[in-house]
Design a binder for this molecule. Structure first.
Ligand code: ADP
Ligand code: MG
Length: 524
């Protein structure tokens, strides 16, 4: 069923040409099943995950049923957000490329209503809008519902979640009974079933089998970590894979805001997207994300729904989702259009049981991973850099620089030395020279024992040592662990991740006026 081509359906040449231009080779399973049924005039319930081509699944038959000679309104698409309404409209416009006399208009809040009214007067056959704004137009009688023959509810569960139920019912009641009603929803909660019973006639329920819910070309990995290492783990994954675009999911708005701040603090181009933002702010964020001025979008489930940006390289579940269905939606953001995507999930403690449920539900294997060490990241960066060098050589606009190299070679500097020096300047910063302690990140929670060469003989007390270490190396005193002070020396447990800073900070310093030597203790 899934291999049906568009040519095998009963479609007009204009649509076939448009679909070809859009690069669609064959119909997706939901398209293969929904398009003909809708063209046959049946009411349809379509259920499949994000990214499976639902827009064209209703868009193609919708366009085919429009009579271009007739300039009255014939189809209404209801969408939960303005963002999605615009996306649907864009997809429709591509499908309409060779259909000259069919006009479509998006209608949503935040845009001057006068302009919409003016546009509507020019004879629009399809509108795509949010329920709220469509209600406004109905009240002003600027939309004539009597001629509507087809209505589509896209992301119906989402619209109900957003409180549009009443508006939807009012709108549907206004549209003549002989209409066709199509409903797309990722999930089928009781409220949706009630809605379909009330407003659809013998609907055909098309459900893309759960097996197909997870996209095969997404590599799914999980990491068992602690809450407080999530940020570091995120940085490492981003540094390791250098994604152009990634989405990180958190379970609450507050956690989105916090994470955005922390990522920005670490120098990443990250911004957040959640329900508290005004529509205009959301648009700005999305525009930046599409234009790649931001590389990381941190979002809640609801805010990210329906956003269609391809080329997402990585999805990170910073928090494991509450609902298994959400997991599928989240990771479905990546691995689109035949590309391979990566999905990483952080699992804290007992959440492993939730992950097991997710695996059972999606019938997918999520592999336990080991977070990249700093060495891994360095290696990845080096390889990246070497790739870049190769590309530059291939592009071959180098004559100016070759002259420079020749000049240096005249001063008896070898070309190998020049190249090595340039690599060093570009690749290795001071920080990355000594990474002994941090090789294994999953152990970095653990403490490491340091040796200090003074003890009771010099009358030092624990608070002197803690004070000196905290003061000299700038780490929080309370993060230091157990201290054993002996006659001639002292042992102190410190977090592994700070060990390097402490050793550096204490070099040549004094405690209670005694010059000290701090080093890694043997045997632990
Ligand atoms: P959904 O509404 O199910 O989340 P969309 O309709 O937004 O999915 O489609 C996701 C992406 O897949 C879009 O970029 C769309 O252009 C593309 N797409 C849709 N149908 C096909 C197809 N048959 N072949 C290839 N790409 C497709
Ligand atoms: Mg959609």
């Amino acid at each position: 069923m899934s291999n049906l081509t568009f040519e095998e359906m009963n479609l007009s040449q204009e649509i076939l040409n448009a679909v070809k231009d859009m690069g669609f080779e064959e119909a997706t399973p939901i398209q293969a099943q929904a398009i003909e049924k809708i063209m046959d005039g049946k009411d349809v319930i379509g259920q499949s995950q994000t990214g499976t081509g639902k827009t064209a699944a209703f868009g193609i038959p919708c366009i085919e049923t429009i009579n271009p000679e007739n300039h009255s309104l014939q189809a209404i698409i209801l969408s939960p957000t303005r963002e999605l309404a615009i996306q649907i409209c864009e997809e429709f416009r591509k499908l309409l490329k060779y259909k000259e006399n069919i006009k479509i208009l998006p209608i949503y809040g935040g845009q001057p209503i006068d302009r919409q009214i003016f546009a509507l007067k020019k004879g629009i056959q399809i509108i795509v809008g949010t329920p709220g704004r469509i209600m406004d137009h109905m009240k002003r009688r600027t939309l004539k519902m009597e001629t509507v023959k087809l209505v589509v509810l896209d992301e119906a569960d989402e619209m109900l979640d957003m409180g549009f139920r009443e508006d939807i019912e009012i709108i549907l009641k206004k549209i003549p009974d002989d209409r066709q009603t199509i409903l797309f929803s990722a999930t089928m909660p009781r409220e949706i079933i009630e809605l379909t019973k009330k407003f659809q006639k013998n609907p055909e329920h098309i459900k893309v089998a759960r097996k197909e819910l997870t996209v095969p070309n997404i590599k799914q990995t999980y990491y068992e970590i602690k809450e407080k290492t999530k940020l570091e783990a995120t940085s490492r994954l981003i540094d390791m894979y250098s994604p152009e675009l990634s989405i990180i999911f958190c379970n609450t708005k507050k956690r989105v805001d916090d994470l955005v701040e922390q990522l920005q603090g670490r120098g990443y181009f990250a911004e957040g997207l959640h329900g508290d933002l005004k529509q205009q702010q959301r648009d700005i964020v999305m525009k930046k994300f599409r234009g790649r001025t931001i590389e990381i979008l941190v979002a809640t489930d609801v805010a990210a729904r329906g956003i269609d940006v391809d080329d997402i390289d990585i999805v990170i579940n910073y928090d494991l989702p509450q609902d298994e269905e959400y997991y599928v939606h989240r990771i479905g953001r990546t691995g689109r259009a035949g590309k391979t995507g990566m999905a990483f999930s952080f699992v804290v403690g007992r959440e492993i049981y939730k992950l097991r449920d997710i695996m059972k539900y999606t019938k997918a294997k999520v592999h336990l991973g080991k977070l990249p060490s700093l060495t891994d990241i360095e290696e990845a960066k080096t390889n990246n850099f070497i790739e870049k060098i190769k590309n530059v050589i291939e592009e071959n606009h180098l004559s100016k620089y070759i002259n420079l190299v020749e000049k240096m070679m005249n001063e008896d500097i070898s070309s190998i030395d020049i190249a090595a020096a340039l690599l060093k300047m570009n690749l290795y910063d001071e920080e990355s020279e000594d990474i002994d302690f941090e090789d294994d990140f999953t152990d970095s929670e653990k403490m490491i024992r340091l040796f200090i060469n003074i003890g009771k003989n010099k009358k030092v007390r624990a608070k002197d040592i803690v004070g000196a270490i905290a003061g000299e190396s700038g780490i929080p005193g309370k993060s230091l662990g157990h201290i054993d002070i002996y006659e001639n020396f002292t042992f102190i447990d410190v977090p592994k991740k700070y060990a390097k800073d402490i050793l550096k900070g204490m070099k040549g310093k004094k405690i209670k006026n005694n010059k000290v030597n701090v080093e890694k203790a043997k045997n632990k």
